[in-house]
Write a protein that binds this ligand. Structure first.
Ligand code: PLP
Length: 449
């Protein structure tokens, strides 16, 4: 016994030794994490991930018939005739689930030309750069894509990031100092909120799309050197569009700059899909645009800032997520580049999505549902009650339709909803099937008379 203790002490494993201390720290950490996880489950806000065994698209194959949240639904529908075990799931599940919850607005994430462009870029330029841009990580395709993005948005220059989250995390700190002020819509995306947290500017939050409140805050901020109004172009929870005309007028009146996050607008809003600024006729009044390559523009990954050249030059020098993170992989660059080519050739895909959005919104409204927002492919079916949203989403799944219920704290209390997202690659029959299922489920659950 004594000998064992002596050996433990010699090896550094005795009580009070550094190793014992770190062992107990790990045990303490585990207990704390487990209790935190339990709290999340208890609060009913646990997010589970459904495993897809096919490409992204309007029709999905789902993995692991027995295990996931889809198991019962899939089996009820006969989609999983024999239990399918991971990791062999990917080839044996039949098609079945109709998907209405991806940001694949234009259906480009599985477009054959987009996929081919990725394969070609992969073969020609390799898997990745193993470097950040300024050391050894800039290829001709990165420069070409930046030039194409700037041309698409009719701006002077553009800079790529690994994601729009990074673009938002990198811009405010690089641009604003304690002499400046940033005025942010209270419902802006988390990445804008985090980006603003990182900067040293004076921070003001105005009420959601409330122009009186914005004006009051612009008056308050006249003492600062520079004012930047930051807003999502389209808000992803409500499908509502920022009043950019009014924001730009106020910005002009109070000598402020306007920044918009166009993740839910680039590629499809406006007559040629340039985004919210085009839709509202203020392309020349918005100074800075951040957006993503991970939604309508092919859906792979990546983000960017586009705007005045000196700003882009400064970001290349100062923006930390750009400076200290690996270059975008060539295949990802290839996808986005081809997606932009397709959109610059024709806006037929965006028009098709708009027509389907209109079909869904008008049929659902006629059926008696309230759909938030206007003309946007994000179509929140407003239900109010959190439990109703959850059970109806589950019922929809049992009818083979994948939609997601959102409730507090993701949306305000009493404003629970099921968010439906329309894509250009949904057929009219897909839309009608979704509306029919909603109508049946809504009647069964008392959401409709
Ligand atoms: N901004 C908005 C409004 C978003 O919805 C998202 C993604 O959900 C992001 C930024 C982040 O984009 P990315 O996925 O490219 O990081």
């Amino acid at each position: 016994m004594l000998r064992c203790a002596a050996v433990r002490v010699l090896r550094g494993g005795g009580a009070g030794s550094p190793r014992a201390a770190s062992g107990s720290a790990v045990a303490q950490l585990r207990r704390r994490l487990e209790s935190e996880l339990e709290d999340i489950r208890g609060a009913g806000t646990w997010k589970s991930e459904r495993v897809i065994a096919s490409r992204q698209g309007p029709h999905l194959r789902l993995a692991g018939g027995g295990a996931g949240a889809y198991g019962a639904a899939g089996r009820a529908l006969g989609f999983f005739p024999t239990p399918v075990r991971r990791p062999n799931f990917s080839l044996s599940l039949p098609a079945g689930i109709l998907n209405f919850c991806a940001n694949n607005y234009l259906g480009l994430s599985s477009h054959p030309e987009v996929i081919r462009a990725a394969v070609e870029a992969l073969e020609k330029f390799g898997a990745g750069l193993s470097s950040v841009r300024f050391i050894c990580g800039t290829q001709s395709i990165h420069k070409d894509l930046e030039e194409k993005i700037a041309r698409f948005h009719q701006r002077e220059d553009a800079i790529l990031y690994a994601s729009c989250f990074d673009a938002n995390a990198g811009i405010f700190e690089a641009l604003l100092t304690p002499e400046d002020a940033v005025l942010s819509d209270e419902l802006n995306h988390a990445s804008i909120i985090d980006g603003i947290r990182l900067c040293k500017a004076n921070k003001y939050r105005y009420k959601h799309m409330d122009m009186q409140d914005l004006e009051a805050k612009l008056q308050d901020t006249q003492k600062h050197r520079l004012r930047l109004v930051a807003t999502d172009g389209a808000f992803s929870m409500d499908g509502d569009i920022a009043p950019l005309r009014e924001i730009c007028q106020l910005a002009q009146k109070y000598d402020a700059l306007v920044f918009i996050d166009e993740c839910h607008a680039t590629g499809f809003l406006g007559p040629s899909g340039r985004g919210t600024d085009e839709l509202l006729g203020v392309m020349d009044k918005v100074t800075i645009i951040n957006s993503t390559l991970g939604k309508a523009l092919g859906g792979a990954a990546g983000g960017y800032t586009t705007g005045p050249k000196p700003l882009i030059d400064l970001l290349r020098q100062r923006s930390r997520p750009y400076l200290f993170s690996n270059s975008l992989p060539p295949a990802v660059v290839g996808c986005a580049s081809k997606a932009l080519d397709l959109l610059m050739e024709s806006n037929a895909i965006a028009q098709s999505m708009a027509a389907k959005t209109q079909r869904f919104r008008s049929k659902m409204t006629a059926a008696g549902f309230t759909i938030s927002g206007k003309d946007h492919p994000i179509c929140p079916v407003m239900l109010g009650d959190a439990r109703l949203a959850a059970v109806m989403a589950e019922d929809m799944l049992n009818r083979g339709i994948y939609v997601i219920g959102f409730s507090y704290p993701v949306v305000p209390k009493g404003k629970a909803r099921i968010r439906v997202q329309i894509s250009a690659v949904h057929s009219d029959e897909d839309i009608d099937r979704c509306v029919e299922a909603f109508t049946e489920v809504g009647r069964e659950r008392g959401a409709l008379p």
